[in-house]
Design a protein around this ligand. Structure first.
Ligand code: MF3
Ligand code: CO
Length: 235
């Protein structure tokens, strides 16, 4: 999983270089397909419950599961890229949100706070903490800054399957939940909205958007607990 995580992080770096005004989101998907092929791995998303693409690209008010298509990125957008791969029977999963050119200060702050909330959460992924310490770390960083935590989607365990137990909400009570132990591998993925936490699913059956159409950001890492420490596999 360490090796798969490094490969995935490299693919994400390649995709980041193509996030610019004028790019169609399906061009990012095509690039991802090429990089996945070149690395000799497999998209974990394509075909998952019928999902039609290699990656998810969620722009502005799109929260998660945006299907790449003919939408062109424009200056001032924020674009979240979510990508998972399978290698030798093991899965890894990550997401990042990027500004497209120069963006409004509030959008940049949303990106920064979401990324920081993931880092705060990662610091709790070690023996001695409980599962919902992770959740509380995200919520405790985000809500005092005026942003909201999406309720309808959660992080997850990962390994031989993309989604394993436990579910990891981005809100919850510190000090509660199952104890964290060496050998666990968890995907923590804060989905943070500028306005209301409520989301809707579009007609395509996949794309989740904010109910108030204000922007949303998403970061995700696959993190193993290894020798008593959090080891971020997708860095
Ligand atoms: N990173 C997301 C998840 O873990 C994306 C999966 S959606 C998919 O849950 F359907 F496209 F696979
Ligand atoms: Co995930």
């Amino acid at each position: 999983m360490k090796e798969a995580g490094k490969i995935l992080a490299r693919i994400m770096d390649q995709l980041e270089r193509s996030v610019k005004p004028g790019k169609m989101t399906q061009e990012l998907d095509r690039l991802a397909a090429a990089e996945i092929l070149k690395a000799g791995v497999r998209s974990a998303f394509k075909g998952y419950k019928g999902y039609p693409a290699n990656i998810c690209v969620s722009v502005n008010e799109e929260v998660v599961h945006g299907i790449p298509g003919r939408r062109k990125l424009i200056e001032g957008d924020i674009a979240s890229i979510d990508i998972g791969i399978e290698m030798a029977g093991f899965f890894v999963d990550m997401a990042k949100t990027f500004p497209v050119g120069r963006v409004a200060a509030q959008k940049q702050e949303l990106i920064d706070v979401t990324r920081e909330s993931l880092e705060k959460a990662i610091s709790k992924i070690r023996p001695g903490f409980k599962l919902f310490d992770i959740s509380a770390a995200v919520q405790g960083h985000v809500e005092p800054r005026g942003f909201s935590v999406v309720r309808d989607f959660v992080g997850h365990g990962i390994g031989r399957q993309l989604h394993e137990e436990p579910q990891i909400p981005n809100f919850g009570s510190a000090g509660s939940g199952p104890a964290l132990k060496d050998g666990m591998v968890l995907c923590v993925e804060p989905m943070i909205n500028a306005g209301t936490w409520e989301v809707e699913i579009l007609q395509d059956g996949w794309t989740a958007v904010t109910a108030d159409r204000k922007p949303s950001a998403h970061f995700e890492h696959t993190v193993a607990i290894c020798n008593g420490e959090p080891l971020v596999l997708t860095r």
